[in-house]
Design a protein around this ligand. Structure first.
Ligand SMILES: Cc1ncc(C[n+]2csc(CCOP(=O)(O)OP(=O)(O)O)c2C)c(N)n1
Ligand code: SF4
Length: 278
């Protein structure tokens, strides 16, 4: 009997039939490509992947993939992703969203997801603005960004997501740029492979409300940035760079959330039902 050759997945295997409705030129198009390329690098079965998001332009990602998807509520993507991974540790869980979603309304969840170190990957398409709700300043907006919603700028220091991730316990911290989909795909694949909570900030221009971000392509510093497993070295590097160093900035060796060490949840639903029986 002839053996059936295993199916080789390409990036196209992970794309749904829905056409993205992002503005022409939005960085999120290439982040979507990078995510599907990363899945193809790892040859993941589409039905073995869960893509979870919150709300925002960037959070539309799950609908554009052929994997299982959950488009949740604003700022709660990591809670939903954590629940999914706890219930189904066999799945690859990728959580995606924007800087408003992840660092403002979702900021508390961000810190605690880093701390819990559940084995999943979190991608934030950082455009330093709330795109979907028409250009308000976000936690990563520069304090002097002058626009009609915050004349003269907010005057508030920008949040530093990579430092917060490192300090809170994320096991893999990286920065990528949407203008380099192949490099971004490699970093995402490394993040998925790395045990524990992987955080990847992808600089992804909002060409509509921050057209000046088109210039990012001339200011990013492409790799190599040597990954380090020394948090002190990583912290110094991240604190002192100009925000445009691309690459894996930290790859640690902290054990993921213990329930996954065996590849199985510690408690079954039946155990929990028995425990909570009245
Ligand atoms: C609880 C709640 N608060 C506010 C909103 C409105 N809202 C929807 S998307 C969004 C901002 C999204 O910005 P960001 O996460 O940076 O994503 P982008 O659109 O830039 O990709 C806001 C404030 C909402 N949907 N739900
Ligand atoms: S508003 Fe900005 S973030 Fe949203 S789709 Fe348009 S360019 Fe992209």
């Amino acid at each position: 009997m002839n053996e059936v050759a295993p199916v080789a997945f390409t990036a196209a295997s992970y794309k749904s039939d829905y056409k993205p409705i992002w503005c022409p030129g939005c960085g999120d198009f290439t982040v979507l490509s990078a995510i599907t390329k990363a899945f193809a690098i790892l040859q993941l079965q589409p039905h073995q992947v869960g893509v979870v998001s919150g709300i925002g332009c960037s959070s539309r990602i799950p609908a554009y993939t052929s994997c299982y998807g959950f488009h949740g509520v604003h700022g709660r993507a990591l809670a939903a992703g954590t629940g999914l991974k706890v219930a189904r540790p066999d799945l690859t869980v990728l959580v995606a969203g924007g800087d408003g979603d992840g660092f403002s309304i979702g900021g508390n969840h961000f810190m605690h997801a880093c701390r819990r170190n559940v084995d999943m990957t979190y991608i934030v398409m950082d455009n330093h603005v709330y795109g979907m709700t028409k250009g308000q300043a976000s936690p990563t907006t520069e304090p002097d960004w002058d626009n009609k919603l915050s004349p003269g700028g907010t005057g508030i220091r920008a949040f530093h997501p990579l430092v917060i991730a490192l300090a809170s316990g994320a096991n893999f911290v990286a920065r990528a740029f949407s203008g380099d989909p192949n490099g971004t795909a490699e970093i995402i694949a490394q993040g998925i492979r790395h045990p524990g909570f992987s955080f990847i900030e992808v600089l992804s221009p909002c060409v509509t409300f921050r057209p000046e971000q088109r210039e990012w392509k001339s200011v990013v510093h492409p790799p190599p940035v040597e990954p380090t497993d020394d948090p002190a070295r990583a912290a110094r590097r991240i604190m002192t760079d100009d925000g445009f160093n691309i690459g894996v900035l930290y790859a640690g060796s902290r054990n993921p959330y213990p329930h996954y060490r065996s590849g199985k949840p510690k408690y079954t639903v039946e155990d929990l039902e028995t425990e909570f029986e009245l």
